[in-house]
Design a protein around this ligand. Sequence first.
Ligand code: NAP
Length: 524
Amino acid sequence: MTTSTLLPNHLGGQWVTGSGAGTPLFDPVLGTELARVSSAGLDLTAGFAFAREQGGAALRALSYGERAALLGAIVKVLQANRDAYYEIATANCGTTTKDSAVDIDGGIFTLGYYARQGEALGSAHALLDGERIRMGKDPVFQTQHILSPTRGVALFINAFNFPSWGLWEKAAPALLSGVPVIVKPATATAWLTQRMVKDVIDAGILPPGALSVVCGSSAGLMDQLQPFDVVSFTGSAETARIIRSHPAVAERSVRCNIEADSLNSALLDPAATPESEAFGLLVSEVVREMTVKSGQKCTAIRRVFVPRALFDAAAQAIGAKLAKTSVGNPRNEAVRMGALVSQEQKASVIEGIARLRLEAEVLFDGGGAALVDADASSACVAPVLLGSREPAKAKLLHAVEVFGPVATLMAYDSIEEAYELIRRGEGSLVCSVYSADPAFIATASLELGSAHGRVHAISPDVAASHSGHGNVMPMSLHGGPGRAGGGEELGGLRALGFYHRRSAVQASSAALDVLAASAVALKL
Ligand code: NAP
């Protein structure tokens, strides 16, 4: 890639370069400019209409099984180009190979999962929701709930931290449902999304209009949305507010899914001791969550709750492991943690740490160690563990999400207090629980479930096989109530619900028999 190439957008079934000089994308470690993006001058109205009419009709003409085969073909194309994606991620996201894999291979894995799930839906064109229900004395007249693909486009407005996974975890269920996709990646890391879409388009797998990408400003995108379209947003609570109050959502009832900030927690069983396996498992997971992708994961652990008697031991054990995390240029193999994605994010994380320090002490600061192959002008930030022995008195610690390698250790006196403090996050994506006691895990899951999209329990018997606190697996629900946005994604075939409309068909048994022949019962 030559410096400052303007990345073309794909809209209206063609590649179109935006006008003007565009916005530059940078290497967050070296500071070099990599490419530019611009959505200025695009004919959004024509592009959305093309996707809605051409792309939508072509996708809906296929069965679930045929669309699942398209997902399988996309997987093959992406796998064939993996090396290029890793290069782009290193340059534009500042991630180590291991961290790039979370995004790139995580996205491909999710697509593959939906390809397999979709295959099982076979030749159907709609989904049957539940059984027929009699509507009167005479059983001949009944109601059957059905789910049919919405006749609109799915607009994805994505966050900077997952340019690959963020696209495919949404596109897989949308395309499988028969709904065309228009993705607007976050500007800072748009290159990887754009390149993946380019490879899929160039391979000629999808019908024209089924997949579009608009890089650069979001201006005008929401204005295009019509009643049968859907919008799925991932990003900050601030932008989420703008999306929710846009007339498309507020007046035209465009269906809207929001994935926003989250103050995820880790909870150690009150019966744990510093020698217990549960304690060791919590320490390892907290360190992993703080450092994977430099803590730029919406699911990363931000608050760590331990019994008061274990506060010092936990601080010491987490700090000792964090001290082994080498930070710097991801091209150097000795580096375990790369950079944040941009100078803006670095400034935001440094400011966020300063805010949390108003209520917390510093238990560990990796900032004293030299960066590897990178200097202070890079977007690298070392891990910081903060601590609070009086978290009940804190406000910011339960409200401010610092999107970097930062977590706060908190002491609790009773398990009821711990549950109450965790719920002060006002709704999070995930809480992990560390215990060897199945009964404690079951009780904690019931206590915490309603405030979280996912409860991840780590006990010694699953130590080697659990999927990780922060890993979003396609078969499990992703999303969370309240502050986390109130959205729901993934969860296996449940994800198809967002892209379908439910209706009740009230008809004779004979008519419902014919309808059932072109539909499949959705077993959730
Ligand atoms: P952001 O600033 O809100 O940006 C998110 C997306 O919205 C970007 O594509 C951005 O485009 C676009 N955008 C900005 N202003 C807009 C507007 N007025 N109308 C429409 N779109 C607009 O968030 P971010 O900084 O990229 O992401 C970090 C946040 O995302 C964190 O808070 C994190 O917790 C959250 N997150 C949540 C999840 C989840 O699944 N729950 C996953 C990842 C991240 P530009 O880039 O061009 O400004």
